[in-house]
Design a protein around this ligand. Structure first.
Ligand SMILES: Cc1ncc(C[n+]2csc(CCOP(=O)(O)OP(=O)(O)O)c2C)c(N)n1
Ligand SMILES: [Mg+2]
Length: 285
C-alpha cells in the first residue's frame, strides 16, 4: 500500500519534479501535449501521493481505487506521476511516443502498469468511470473511482449521458475532477462553444459540485475527502487550473495545447522550474 504524504511542502516538491519530467519527456518525444499536462501536475500529485488507495507494487490489487483518465492526450503527466510513485522505472519516461514503447501518445490499458483505461477519443472516459463505479456499487466494494475529464470534453454529448446515468444510480463512489483550464485545441472554450455555468449545470444534473484552485494541493485533497463523505450522489470537483502552470511562456496559451518544447524552450522551462523548486524549499510558496 502506498504511504500517504500529508506534508504540503513535500507534495509541492513532487509536483515540481513531475513538471520537470513532463518538459523533458515532451522535448525528447518531439511531439505531444504540453499545456494541459503541465497544468495538471498538482492534481496528479495529490491523487497518487495522498488520495488514492493503491499499491505501485501490486497494480492489479482488486481493492485499489481506480483512476480513469478521460482526456487521454494529457497522459505525459499521468506517466510521470506513475513513474515517480514507483510503478515503473523513471528512465522509461524518455521513451514517450517512441515505436514499441509502453508509453504511447495516448494511454493503452494492459500495456503499462497503473493504466486503468485506454483513452484518446474525447468524451468517453466518464462513461468508462460510471461503468466501473456501477460494478463497485453492485458488488458492494469499498473502492472508489476517480475520473479526470477536461473542459473541452464538456462539448461532447456523451459526457452528459454519463452524468445523467451517474445521478440515476446515485453513484456516491464516483469523484470526477474537471481540468477547467479554459483552453482547448485551437482557442478558449468560451469562444469555441461556451460551457458556463458549469457548476449550475452539474448541480441541475443531480451532482455534488465543489470548486477548487487546481494548484492548491490542500484544497484538492480536502475536496476529495469531502466527496468521500457524500452519499447517494456523484461529486465533480471543478479544478480551476492554469494551462502550462509555472512555465511562464506557456501559461494560459492555447498555442501550447499540442506543441512540445524546443531545446531552447526546455532550457528556459527547466531554469524556471528550478527557481520554483528553490522557493518551495524556502517555503516561499
Ligand atoms: C472525439 C475527439 N475529437 C477531437 C479530438 C482531437 N482533440 C485532441 S485534444 C482536443 C482539445 C480538447 O480540449 P481540452 O481537453 O480541454 O484540451 P487542453 O485543455 O488539454 O488543451 C481535441 C479537439 C479527440 N482527441 N477526440
Ligand atoms: Mg482544456
Amino acid at each position: 500500500m502506498m504511504k500517504r504524504i500529508t506534508n504540503i511542502k513535500k507534495l509541492n516538491l513532487i509536483a515540481n519534479t513531475i513538471r520537470q519530467d513532463v518538459v523533458k519527456m515532451l522535448y525528447e518525444a518531439k511531439s505531444g501535449h504540453s499545456a494541459g499536462s503541465i497544468g495538471l501536475a498538482d492534481i496528479y500529485t495529490a491523487l497518487y501521493f495522498s488520495v488514492l488507495y493503491h499499491d505501485p507494487q501490486k497494480p492489479d490489487w482488486p481493492d485499489r481505487d481506480r483512476h480513469v483518465l478521460s482526456n487521454g492526450h494529457v497522459c505525459p503527466v499521468l506517466y510521470a506521476t506513475l513513474a515517480n510513485a514507483g510503478y515503473f522505472p523513471k528512465k522509461e519516461l524518455m521513451t514517450l511516443r517512441k515505436l514499441g514503447s509502453r508509453l504511447q501518445g495516448h494511454p493503452h490499458r494492459g500495456t503499462l502498469p497503473g493504466i486503468e483505461n485506454s483513452s484518446g477519443p474525447l468524451g468517453q472516459g466518464l462513461s468508462q468511470a460510471v461503468g466501473m463505479a456501477l460494478v463497485a456499487k453492485a458488488e458492494q466494494k469499498k473502492w472508489r473511482v476517480y475520473c479526470m475529464v477536461s473542459d473541452g470534453e464538456q462539448q461532447e454529448g456523451q459526457i452528459w449521458e454519463a452524468a445523467m446515468l451517474a445521478a440515476k444510480y446515485k453513484l456516491g463512489n464516483l469523484t470526477v475532477i474537471m481540468d477547467r483550464n479554459n483552453i482547448q485545441i485551437d482557442g478558449y472554450t468560451e469562444e469555441v462553444v461556451p460551457l458556463e455555468p458549469l457548476t449550475e449545470k452539474y448541480r441541475a444534473f443531480g451532482w455534488h459540485v465543489i470548486d477548487v484552485d487546481g494548484h492548491n494541493i490542500k484544497q484538492i485533497i480536502d475536496a476529495c475527502n469531502e466527496s468521500r463523505a457524500v452519499y447517494e450522489r456523484p461529486t465533480i470537483i471543478i479544478a480551476h487550473t492554469i494551462p502550462g502552470k509555472a512555465v511562464s511562456f506557456m501559461e494560459h496559451r492555447f498555442e501550447w495545447h499540442g506543441k512540445p518544447p524546443s531545446k531552447e524552450d526546455m532550457d528556459k522551462a527547466l531554469a524556471e522550474l528550478e527557481n520554483v523548486r528553490k522557493l518551495i524549499e524556502e517555503e516561499e510558496i
